[in-house]
Write a protein that binds this ligand. Structure first.
Ligand code: UT7
Length: 326
């Protein structure tokens, strides 16, 4: 049976780091509050003009190098992002050109923090159906450039970065065993940046107004997150015919260390089976899972034959999970 196997991972973080202490000089917050409520200690921040593609390209190059795949052999590039370079064309096309992946089709996916799992699920379907053999999926965000740093309920949470994976058709039994995706648009207002699309235009009058800010009902999201992380994880494991005892490493979306702790507790997973990097990178939205996955692989926390569980929850609302035999 054909599976989509991750044969290479890559990651990239922009050079500039804002510590919590630095944020204390920009907005009414404290290192203590941020650490206690979120687990975040610092975040990487893209430079002016450093767009989502600029972060994704080095991550993709590293993933391709680790997979031993030439850009010319990539059939499809899926770029998962809420902060594309442009409204159009797709950031995936910019990445395709920079990599020299001439034969690759390319498109973007926006499912916010669940973007990478939506992209991974699409890549899996293309490979399992036999339509494509080699797919590059990248999650990338250059979000802080347009954050309102004065809005402390959201500005302390986010960071920039990119992660990438190369998936190849494989019949050895390794690869993605199952995926599960969910959505509930009735919760769209719980995490939204209203202006910039076709519904609420950015005008000279609202440029510095609330419509251009990120609006988040944090407590409401928090309540739903732990429950939906668990639901998605259980559904994906069920589809794979596996149980939680089979999981070697849980790599969740890094939105808040307390949400991850609550989800792990509900799932009955011990701390040493949970990948956490939020302290160093904060919430990087669609880049969060592939970055954490890349770090886990680089640190030797994932080895051949391991069962890896991914899960996410975010704006949309969207959520999802995947089970991978590494
Ligand atoms: O990425 C995917 C989707 N996102 C999520 O899933 C995020 C889910 N939510 C969360 O992670 C948490 O709700 C937050 C981290 C956003 C907030 O934590 P919280 O424990 O829910 O705090 P809160 O919003 O209930 O605020 C508690 C207090 C408030 O003050 P009062 O009203 O109690 O006096 C806030 O004004 O903390 C205050 N506060 C801050 N204080 C210092 C809010 N932000 C800050 C801040 N620094 N940065």
């Amino acid at each position: 049976m054909l599976h989509a196997r991750i044969t290479g991972t890559g990651g990239f973080l922009p050079e500039t780091v804002y510590t919590n202490a630095h944020l204390e000089t920009m907005v009414d917050t404290t290192d203590e509050w941020i650490r206690k409520r979120t687990g975040i200690g610092q975040r990487h921040v893209a430079g002016p003009g450093e767009g989502a593609s600029d972060l994704a390209i080095p991550a993709a190059e590293e993933a391709l190098g680790n997979a031993g795949v030439a850009p010319a052999d990539v059939d499809l590039i899926i770029c998962c992002t809420t902060t594309p370079d442009y409204l159009f064309p797709a950031t995936a096309c910019i990445i395709q050109d920079a990599l020299g992946a001439r034969k690759a089709a390319a498109y973007d996916v926006n499912a916010a923090c669940s973007g990478f799992l939506y992209g991974l699920t699409s890549a899996n379907a293309f490979i399992v159906s036999g339509m494509y053999r080699t797919v590059l999926v990248t999650g990338t965000e250059s979000a802080t450039n347009r954050l309102n740093w004065q809005k402390r309920d959201t500005s302390v949470l986010f960071g920039d970065g990119a992660g990438a994976v190369v998936l190849e058709a494989d019949d050895s039994g390794r690869g993605i065993l199952s995926t599960y995706l969910g959505a509930d648009g009735s919760g769209a207002d719980l995490l939204i940046r209203p202006a910039g699309g076709s519904k609420v235009l950015i005008t000279k009058d609202n440029l510095d107004g609330p419509e251009c800010d990120v609006h988040m009902k944090g407590a409401e999201l928090f309540k739903r997150a732990a429950v939906l992380f668990e639901e998605a994880a259980q559904k994906a494991l069920e589809r794979a015919g596996l149980s939680l005892e089979d999981v070697d490493l849980f790599v969740p979306h890094q939105a808040n260390a307390r949400i991850i702790g609550a989800a792990a507790k509900r799932l009955g997973l011990p701390e040493d089976k949970v990948m956490l990097n939020i302290e160093r990178v904060a919430n990087t939205t669609a880049a969060s899972i592939p970055l954490a996955l890349h770090e886990a692989v680089s640190e030797g926390r994932i080895r051949e034959g391991n069962t890896v569980l991914l899960a996410s929850f975010g704006s949309g609302l969207t959520w999802g999970a995947a089970v991978i035999r590494w």
